[in-house]
Design a protein around this ligand. Structure first.
Ligand code: ATP
Ligand code: MG
Length: 491
């Protein structure tokens, strides 16, 4: 038990073991970076990072189970605790020197040092550059990090211009830390950000994605994105988002597309919704600037959800998000308009939307809608109506919503009805599904079997018409548009 700011806190046993082991072998050992920052903020550190004058080889020789597979000298020490099935990893990195950066991306080479001071000097912000000896309870704070923590200030170690020129990602890290911690960026640091911002254009998408994700997942994403926009940095992250600035909407909207999207996102953060929901909320109207039309004072955004789904997919793939995330977010954007016709919701309409967005995404789609509404400046959804949607979704969740859930399948059509394998099988099944979406009680082998006998003799065209019977005209037009876009992008 040690004290920080007069308060007691617990250092986990594996962290003590690492410190003792390094020191017994004659090395120095300090925890540093995010974990020390969290300790002084009286938050529980997520993970523990040590810095030491031992080399990777020396570190590896001191611990029974380690892994070492990166270019920065970091050795992971693995701990198994009998009472806890999860493995614990403590990372140890040798003191490093700030290396030369010729491309504001990555150091040209990594050089180790035997001097703690040099290691602290290369770190980005004063609050991240405090070294702490967990056994003695002593902090080495060469840049006033503790003071800045107290004042809630983010300030670079050394000259901010130099530091942002070395590695432009630090710009986003400053904004991310501000959003996560609720701190303020020091004025000189802020000026340097404005002046060196264009270097962000040289940063690898993956690194931008990781910091952007943490900004979105913070408690204050709206304020952070506004700062990014004011600093003219959005063009290096999500240029399409900027297009919503000043895009006014019709009478039901008091905000432009930009402010509406940010307010909606902030609500998603307030509700602690998942990354996918937050991204879908941020991008749900990203198709509006491109689809805006004004005729006789009336503003329309026809099919903005179709265009938007495509744009969201492209933004996320450009940022190298995993495919599953790109697809899910794009789907949520595509179908976010469903709940706008709240008066007309029927069970069959709910079944159709579940068929489209997928059972696994339907609750997330509801959350997107909740944020959309709040982002419009409307009062919270009437709890009675919200409850009604929930009940309806739950009621239809067990009903058949895909061809695979029909009481008949393609093999039966061949074996029992003598149909030939081929595209017609799919057309018949889709026509049957259409009837079942309308009325799930028709999903019996007897009823569907009778229908098959009638449908078998129809042409492909007639069958397609039946399969789309329940869709309204607008929906069909939109689908045609999606098909066109898909063809264009070959997806
Ligand atoms: P968290 O605890 O939330 O992960 P963190 O500050 O530990 O935040 P990391 O990315 O894990 O963030 O980095 C660990 C430490 O390494 C930082 O605290 C900082 O001292 C240093 N660091 C990380 N990235 C950079 C960088 N681009 N330039 C300089 N120092 C950096
Ligand atoms: Mg960390």
């Amino acid at each position: 038990m040690k004290t920080v700011n007069g308060k007691h806190f617990v250092i986990p046993p594996e962290v003590k073991v690492v410190s003792e082991t390094l020191k017994k072998a004659g090395f120095e050992a300090y925890v540093v970076g995010g974990c020390t920052r969290d300790l002084f903020l009286e938050r529980t550190p997520k993970d523990w990072d040590f810095t030491t004058n031992a080399t990777p080889e020396q570190i590896i020789s001191l611990f029974p189970e380690t892994f070492y597979e990166n270019n920065y000298g970091t050795v992971g020490v693995v701990f198994e605790t009998p009472s806890d099935p999860s493995l614990k990893v403590v990372e140890i990195t040798p003191y490093r020197l700030e290396a030369k950066y010729s491309d504001n991306r990555r150091p040209d080479s990594v050089t180790f040092s035997n001097n703690l001071e040099e290691d602290l000097k290369r770190r980005d912000f004063t609050i991240n550059a405090i070294a702490y000896d967990v056994e003695k309870g002593e902090a080495i704070d060469l840049y006033g990090g503790k003071e800045d923590l107290k004042d809630k200030i983010i300030r670079t170690v050394g000259d901010p211009h130099d530091r942002f020129n070395e590695d432009a990602l630090r710009i986003l890290r400053a904004i991310r830390l501000q959003a996560e911690l609720g701190f303020t960026i020091d004025a000189t640091t802020m000026t340097a950000i404005a002046e060196t911002g264009k270097n962000l254009g040289n940063i690898a998408e993956e690194r931008i994605r990781d910091e952007f994700t943490r900004i979105i997942m913070s408690d204050n994403p709206m304020a952070a994105i506004i700062i990014i926009e004011r600093l003219k940095l959005l063009q290096y992250i999500i240029p399409e988002l900027e297009d919503g600035v000043g895009v006014t909407q019709n009478h039901s909207h008091i905000y432009d597309v930009w402010e509406h999207s940010l307010r909606a996102l902030q609500h998603a953060a307030d509700k602690k919704f998942s990354l996918e929901v937050r991204l879908a909320v941020l991008f749900h109207d990203i198709g509006k600037p491109k689809t805006r039309r004004e005729t006789g004072g009336e503003v329309t955004f026809y099919s903005h959800e179709v265009t938007g789904a495509q744009i969201a997919y492209e933004i996320l793939t450009d940022l190298k998000f995993p495919k599953q995330i790109c697809e899910k977010v794009s789907k949520l954007v595509r179908w976010h308009m469903f709940f706008s016709d709240t008066e007309q919701i029927t069970h069959s309409a709910v079944r159709r939307i579940i068929a489209k967005v997928g059972k696994e995404n339907i609750w997330d789609l509801m959350d997107v809608r909740i944020c959309d509404r709040i982002g419009m400046g409307r009062p919270k959804e009437d709890p009675y109506r919200l409850r009604k949607y929930h009940v309806m979704i739950e009621e239809v969740m067990r009903d058949p919503i895909s061809v695979g859930m029909l009481a008949l399948d393609g093999n039966m059509l061949i074996a029992e009805f003598g149909m030939m394998p081929g595209p017609k099988i799919g057309q018949v099944l889709n026509a049957l599904l259409e009837e079942v979406l309308e009325d799930p009680s028709k999903n019996t082998k007897e009823y569907l079997g009778e229908r098959v006998k009638e449908l078998m003799n129809l042409s492909g065209e007639e069958l397609t018409k039946l399969a789309e019977a329940g869709k309204d005209k607008k929906e069909l037009l939109e689908e045609e548009e999606v098909r066109k876009i898909r063809r264009k992008h070959k997806v």
